[in-house]
Design a protein around this ligand. Sequence first.
Ligand code: ADP
Ligand code: ADP
Ligand code: MG
Length: 648
Amino acid sequence: MTTRRLASVLVANRGEIACRVIRTAKRLGMRTIAVYSEADRDALHVALADDAHLIGPAPAPDSYLRIDRILEAARATGAECIHPGYGFLSERPDFAEACAEAGIVFVGPPASAIRAMGLKDAAKALVAAAGVPVVPGYHGARQDPDFLAAEAAAIGYPVLIKAVAGGGGKGMRRVEGPEGFSDALASAQREAQNAFGDPRVLVEKYVLSPRHVEIQVFCDAHGNAVHLFERDCSLQRRHQKVIEEAPAPGMPEAVRAAMGRAAVEAAKAVGYVGAGTVEFIADGRDGLRPDGFWFMEMNTRLQVEHPVTEAITGHDLVEWQFRVASGETLPADQAGLAIHGHAVEARLYAEDPDHGFLPSTGPLRALQLPEGEGVRVDTGVRAGDRVTPFYDPMIAKVIAHGATRDEALDRLAEALGRTLVAGPKTNVAFLKALAEAPDFREGRFDTGFIDRDLSLLTAPSPHRDAAIRAGIRALVARDGSARSGSPWDAADGFQLGEARRQVLPFVLDGEPAEAVLSWGASGPTVEYGAACPEPASLAVIDAPNGVLVLAGGRQIALAPPDPFAVDLDHIDQGGTIKAPMHGRLVAVLVAPGDRVVRGQRLAVVEAMKMEHALTAPSDGTVAEVAAEAGQQVAEGARLITLTTEDVA
Ligand code: ADP
Ligand code: ADP
Ligand code: MG
């Protein structure tokens, strides 16, 4: 293979990863070309690139997944290579092949390697043959429920059902015992069919006290292969990574060497070229052991969490990708690579930890991302941009590097404390609580850590009522200056001693609430909730219909009562089942006339990688089903109406 300097790149992705790839490409002197959907006309990645091409409407299947349109854009702009980022087309062998046919270099592994690792069952068989330990389980072709249930029993509970074509934690169910198997199987198969068009699953042993430890590998086209050490991604929610770090806490040198060797073997087994990650699950009950880890899967692309590896090795992995793609040998050999300090990454998401981490969309009314020594932020948005329901709601990755793990975690917690996002709800406070959690700091954790401690990690702030009082003061001041005679054109004031007191209704995070306002000589005082300390830092941001109060990484929305608001839930006694977020209705489980009991599953909505079951709020009868399975539904859309029995 001859080397060919690549002078231009089309980045077939969006968001933070597109921006991150463009940054390195520019540093290497390459011309950069962005592609974008109609929803992303004003996106940061478009602004950063030298050239940009519209490839279609907002939904990913109509734009970022359109191989034909992306290749057309590459041809039109003379792009010499295409970087796929992660997600979207990055692990589609047909895309890699289509690039080759068009004479454009695909910055990634050969299509054959992507294909070999694409299905988890085949990948396990392949690497097992190369001597890599794999999780015990059934990964054969038979899919009949009785057979799989028998296999699960033979493996021994708990077991994990996984979509063969899976990714992003989709189509995965942990099953504790035989009684739960068939329901879990049906739901995993349905999720797999919807997400991947392939309902097949495998069943494997659920490793106890599991630690997710993965190895970054890199191969060139000249037969050289190295690993760039491990990342520990055990802090997960619903099998998805939340915080990642490198190196893994408590990693003995012998285990690191054994895992590194196994990962390189797995890569070599498929003729790998470029950046890849071999994911292992380790039994963490007794610390990490050379015989206590098993191959789970290989991700044949750049990983979301690659910055922690960059931080501890000092190498730019995207630069390595471009060098390998242009036919050069690897920039370093194994002996030339070393670990410097410790790095940790937190994924900052527009989601609502207080409501099941549902994605939260809308305009970013304010955005201040942290800067400072040892802190790196990768983002794809700016203040004023909108988080849409069409794509992954990640706002940024915050990465902290330090000489020690403690220093890195201190820096992360401190950086998160200085992060301010107004508009959509975010997980900032949750991430900060994680970075400060004593057991995590001590290195005592596994993949169940977040679920076990969820209520602690999402506990309301002790400053909440003080933050609300500050918000009401701001609201009153704002309203007072905008409308003479306000607050809310006081009707129900009353005099108490010296001070005039007034009950002040307002809307708190969408729910009606009341405070008491007293007007003394020095102006208004607000009484609301419990006496509590003022938050250390607090920001009040104006929003079109009220204010947003930000304190401790949490956001509280306050507004004057809306004179036109109608309390629908009240009127229909909770009989209307609405879509809790934008998504796809994957199943409707009831029909008009059906009798249902409180808690019964009525429908399933899928959004952002996950299924959410909608259950009956009370006993009743289905009066109407207003939507069909397969349909996209908007947040708040009425799906099902129940008439509830009034036995009283
Ligand atoms: P990684 O294994 O690289 O950490 P995850 O497991 O978090 O990635 O996510 C799995 C998949 O989910 C990714 O390969 C990608 O397909 C998708 N994904 C995650 N984040 C995004 C994003 N911001 N945009 C598009 N796709 C994403
Ligand atoms: P995906 O393609 O969705 O990333 P993985 O096979 O990598 O699927 O698994 C995702 C996560 O599920 C892992 O990071 C790990 O936390 C958990 N997991 C996977 N396999 C097992 C197992 N056999 N035992 C325990 N946990 C597992
Ligand atoms: Mg995985």
